[in-house]
Write a protein that binds this ligand. Structure first.
Ligand code: SF4
Length: 430
């Protein structure tokens, strides 16, 4: 019997990608030929895993749904299913506005899809997945949801309260993935810092990472989405202790001005932020800190903005991304603050901040010229092998372009010497 083909389109963040990978496995275990993000959709059944976090992401999700609604109207596909954050947030509205959608699933009930398709649930283990990333690295989602309720953020409205996965289940998943050839584990959550608080009233991230680092075959563990308040300091000792825990920490700080941080409901102030950064760098020398900052939040006057610029110039984050505030309905900020800062002012502030960061990134990269770093090879193109050091998270951080003077293997580690630097790229020789 020819297997039925299903096309799954994944939008949004790596946390969404993990859900898509779980669904791919469930569909495949139910006898479907499941494809992910194909250039050309050839199946008659399409599933879209949407993002509903912020304006642009929502727009991309809606446009993707409309594209396949049209394909259905033209008879190119038979069934259209939508899941994920956008439909978790706007289920009724989407069904009314786009009647071509056969069924909507939210952030969690998408596991019913296979039952709706073939009246049975697969025997797939909860963490089993079909990986869509290059086979040597993956994302490990250790919890879902968030209890922080930052004033600008809609995520808690979509994902609900913070819920940690059991530590043994996560470690079993890692062991299983190591046996399938995965070497690099990117740890993700909405709020990494709170891991375990709901399980044992203790911050369990240090224990989780310490035990994960002792699993044979785990070459790299990299931490993302930490939160500055109630930070699990013990994880810094674990990072310093284990060579295979990357000297890297992604921690969104959003701002530095006390008044703006207070209005953002970030539960942290300037001094605590500076102390935290100082402790991170003291406990883990050479660590690369990635942060995310926001400009244009209601109440951010010129003085507060200049304080943010001085902060970035002073701290010199090894990695930094920034956004302009975008009002999200139903958030505390939307209900309590006027979004009065003109968009051209927001854009100017954003561009100026990124210009400052570009110079910082170039200076840092230039300081690496002539030095040797261990890299993993992700892929190759005509001219280069493309790899990353322990300081580079996939998709978001600089890559290392390695000249093809020697044959290198995808998914393998090599020591390479940096020969040239650009703001967001390094060149190297094997
Ligand atoms: S910690 Fe992150 S996910 Fe949670 S509310 Fe704040 S910004 Fe949103």
């Amino acid at each position: 019997m020819k297997k039925k083909r299903i096309d799954l389109i994944s939008l949004g963040c790596s946390k969404n990608l993990v859900d898509s990978e779980r669904l791919l496995k469930q569909l495949s275990d139910c006898g479907f030929e499941a494809y992910h993000d194909s250039d050309e959709v050839k199946g008659k059944i399409v599933v879209i895993n949407t993002c509903g976090f912020i304006g642009d992401a929502k727009e991309e999700s809606i446009n993707t749904i409309l594209k396949f609604a049209e394909a259905k109207d033209n008879g190119n596909i038979d069934k259209l299913y939508v899941m994920g954050c956008l439909s978790e947030r706007y289920r009724e509205e989407l069904q009314q506005e786009i009647p071509e959608i056969d069924k909507l699933y939210g952030k969690f009930d998408w596991t019913n899809l296979t039952h709706d398709l073939i009246n049975s649930y697969p025997s797939t283990l909860p963490y089993e997945r079909i990986l869509t990333t290059p086979k040597h690295y993956t994302y490990i989602k250790i919890s879902e949801g968030c209890n922080r309720f930052c004033a600008f953020c809609a995520i808690p409205l979509i994902t609900g309260r913070h819920k940690s996965r059991p530590i043994d289940e996560i470690l079993s998943e890692v062991k299983d993935l190591v046996s399938k050839g995965v070497k690099e584990f990117n740890i993700i959550a909405q709020d990494l810092s709170s891991y375990g608080l709901d399980l044992s009233n203790e911050m369990m991230l240090p224990e989780l990472i310490d035990r994960m680092a002792q699993i044979r075959g785990v070459e790299w563990i990299r931490l993302h989405y930490a939160y500055p308040a109630q930070f699990p300091y013990g994880v810094l000792d674990v990072m310093a202790k284990h060579k295979n825990v990357c000297k890297y920490l992604d921690i969104a700080l959003q701002h530095i001005n006390d008044n703006v941080l207070k209005n953002m409901l970030r539960h942290v102030d300037k001094q605590k932020t500076l102390d935290l950064i100082h402790t991170i760098r003291e406990k883990v020398p050479g660590i690369h800190i990635r942060t995310t900052l926001m400009v244009g939040f209601p109440g951010e006057d010129e003085e507060a903005y200049n304080e943010l610029v001085d902060f970035v110039k002073g701290i010199k984050f090894e990695r930094m991304g920034a956004f302009a505030y975008c009002e999200e309905e139903d958030t505390y900020a939307a209900k309590n603050y006027e979004d009065t800062i003109p968009s051209d002012v927001k854009t100017d502030r954003l561009n100026k901040l990124m210009d400052v960061q570009e110079q910082i990134s170039l200076d840092l990269n230039e300081s690496k010229v002539g030095k040797t770093f261990r890299v993993i090879i992700d892929k190759e193109d005509k001219e280069f092998y493309i790899g990353r050091t322990e300081f580079d998270s996939p998709e978001v951080d600089p890559e290392v372009l390695i000249e093809k003077t020697k044959k290198l293997g995808i998914g393998e580690f090599y020591n390479v010497e940096i020969t040239e630097a650009l703001p967001f790229e390094l060149f190297a020789k094997p």
